[in-house]
Design a protein around this ligand. Sequence first.
Ligand code: PHE
Length: 544
Amino acid sequence: MEKRDHWSSRAGLILAAAGSAVGLGNLWKFPYIAWENGGGLFILIYLVAIILVGFPIMITEVGIGKISERDPVGAFRLLGGHKSPFRWVGLMGIASAFLILSFYSIVAGWAIQYSFHSITGKFGEVPAAQVATLMESPKNVELVKTTALNEALSKDLSDHDKKEMLRDANLYPPPPVGTELSSYTNELWLPASGGIKESLEKTGKLDKWKSLFHQRYVDSKEYDQWLAHTLRPAHSTNIFLELVDDPVKKIFFHLIIMLITTLIVIGGIHSGIEKFAKIFMPVLFLLMGVLVVNSLMLDTEQQGVRYLVFGDISKLKAESIITALGHAFFTLSLGMGAMMTYGSYMKKTGNLLNASIWITAMDTIVAILACLMIYPIIFVYGLTPSSSSVGILFTTLPLEFFNFQGGAILSLFFYLLVLLAALTSAISLLEVVVTYFVDEKSWNRKKSVLVAAGLIFLFGVPSAFYESFFDFVDSLTSNFMLPVGGLLIALFAGYKMDIDRFQEELDAHGYPKWVFYFFKTSVRYITPFLVLVVFAVQIKAWLV
Ligand code: PHE
């Protein structure tokens, strides 16, 4: 067997593991779910979930890896006994890594495509030839007309328009005798203007007004320009749909991601993964810093920050807690052995608790920063974050970047950030499968990487063709395999293996006793209880 590779330094492990944790989960998923659940208090609940569930399992996984110096299957066998059923937990972890990477790599590939789009300025203005094609779709005609109406309503309309609209909306009772007409119209208009669209809808006159205001643009000199601008969201959605509907292109980029990942992982822990993380994680933080500062400067009223801190409590639901807990696993790369695998390459003298704190903290900070990068843009441009999967990352944000001077650069920075975050996560997923082959099948690293990456690439192909397959693999792993894996890992550390091994690890670095008791109580009682609750609620949701 080859001699086991090790991280060359504390920073090596921490950056590589933080690279695994920081990924699409932080950049896309977290800002979206935090928004949906009202920010503010939800962020607090998420932080509690990270401390009570994520952090203890982080210590457990890195610890099991470090103590056993094995792949997840070998680790459970070594620490739990040869016949222990827990070795299946290890195998499920390897399977999770395999499955997650097969679809994660496809989304990561989109970031390559979008980096190119940024350079070619694809989101800047809609090319004239495209305008005509876009206007063939009734949906886009509707978008243009609705925009015309909204723009008209946000301006000061003439008394004549106001009066006629009020009449059409059935909101214009005859004025009392002796009233001055124009002030009377205005009095009626002010409260009505908010709900005028609904009232017109009821009387069937909404279309008339949309067309009328649209016609005024058509008659103006700036129509072409206005139209090209108004159609930008439709254009951006089209660009995204073109990619999503093009399996061959998706497979091409999936292949590129798998090739880059292969090249890095073949280099091994020290000269491959650690080196990449040490160079590119600082780049990732730098890019993030630039984008956050840009967003904060843009949002002069700091509405984004206020939403993050105070939020909108009315959006908080009971399920928000479940969402926060569920996300904790995915975002910290827990429940499937990635952290175990990385922990298994720690030196004997490494500090388990310190590393776990750093990894967890970095992931959490990036998630919060992602909100600070995205929320101000949402407010300043009055966007509604769309739930349509990766909608906001790939359709709305590029548009907004191109509203700035130097939009191409901002947009490029942004997609490089997404690409780097996804790559460092993909590397850790591949490494889980590779370590399994190396440790369990005694294959050499090169053969293990080539076989693992080849199989994962092939398994990703159906996900590129069928969205339902993609969604199935995604939800099977994120909603089922990771929480179950996390629960069993906590139970293993709490009840099956010799938990004093963790105490030795902590004592070696002189931590006070209560740290171990916090850990022990968490893995024995708190974490399993909370994960079981998540799970029960999820099963209930599936059944009804
Ligand atoms: N943590 C990664 C993210 O937030 C995803 C991931 C899950 C990576 C599991 C490795 C293992 O995107």
